[in-house]
Ligand binder design. Structure first.
Ligand code: MG
Length: 312
């Protein structure tokens, strides 16, 4: 466990350092309160801290109060180190935000069990936080491709529309669909189909700009949201993507599959339209036009709202 140790007294500091290292902990060692505070403000600072009460710069009590104000995630567990052992002092220390205290001169056995209890709590916090992050990821991502899911990509589109309204920059929205995907599934099986979708997703991601977003909108349908993108740019990107698929069949353990995509593209400015249903509807219409005109092509549905009475 990484532990921050702040103690101004050289001998006590050395003793603590030796003990904690001996028990396998990694230490960030500070010799005064100010130095400890600088460390604690970093996001990567240890989440278990042992603070001496009396220190120049900032004392342990003040540090405890400041740490609580930071509301760190995961929680920072504070052990106060003090020569004061009167009940009032202990209460004062705990009220300042400390979780535990050890009186000096410290007893190594006591230190060991208190550090062990603290480690358990910090680890539990980290595990809870990791579980929370994992469930947030699951709620917003498609499990097969790792892309944003439909719910999340629509949220991104809505957010980009508000930003585009403020910054007066247009957004390109592309709906892409794998041509004859059912045939791949029916001929080669669902595993092959899944692999095609995964690789298709990977190719799309690597062809877009770092600040573009893409989600799996439906079965074999992908939605791309490209902020600050002109019509010319968007058409170029879509055409390049289309041609990448046409030229490079997807290969995997199940075989080699010629895969092409059809694209429906619209460009919108947030100040003209904030309605994602209308935008998606227009992109979808263009996609169906691309399908009906022979597939493996990009169909441009225009700039919204130039032909759209709904949002004018
Ligand atoms: Mg001291």
């Amino acid at each position: 466990m990484r532990i921050l140790l702040a103690e101004d007294d050289l001998i006590t500091r050395r003793l603590l350092e030796a003990q904690l290292k001996n028990w396998g902990h990694d230490l960030v060692v500070c010799s005064d309160g100010q130095q400890a505070w600088e460390e604690l403000k970093r996001e990567t600072s240890p989440k278990l801290v042992v603070l001496d009460w009396m220190m120049p710069g900032m004392d342990g009590l003040t540090l405890s109060r400041e740490i609580r104000k930071l509301e760190t995630k995961p929680y920072t567990y504070i052990i106060l180190l003090t020569a004061k052992s009167r009940k009032e002092d202990v209460i004062e220390g705990l009220e300042a935000g400390a979780d535990d205290y050890i009186t000096k001169p410290f007893d190594p056995q006591e230190l060991r069990v208190r550090i062990r209890a603290a480690t358990r709590i910090v680890q539990l916090q980290e595990e809870l936080l990791a579980a929370l992050r994992a469930s947030e990821f699951q709620a917003t991502h498609d499990s097969l491709t790792g892309l944003w899911n439909r719910y999340a990509i629509l949220g991104i589109l809505q957010k980009e529309l508000s930003r585009s309204d403020r910054e007066h920059l247009s957004i390109a929205v592309i709906m892409a669909d794998v041509d004859h995907f059912k045939k791949i599934n029916d001929t080669y099986g669902h595993l092959a189909g899944d692999e095609v979708l995964r690789q298709t997703a990977g190719r799309i991601v690597s062809s877009l700009r770092p600040y573009d977003s893409v989600g799996r909108y439906g079965g074999e349908e992908f939605l791309m949201v490209m902020p600050s993108c002109s019509t010319t740019n968007a058409l170029n990107i879509a055409e390049r993507l289309r041609s990448t698929f046409e030229k490079n069949p997807i290969s995997n353990a199940e075989g080699t599959f010629p895969v092409t995509l059809s694209f429906g593209l619209v460009v919108v400015n947030g100040k003209d339209c904030q309605n994602t249903d209308i935008i998606i509807g227009r992109a979808d219409e263009s996609l169906y036009k691309a399908k009906n005109s022979g597939r493996n092509r990009v169909e441009f549905g225009g700039e919204i709202p130039s032909h759209c009475s709904d949002c004018a």
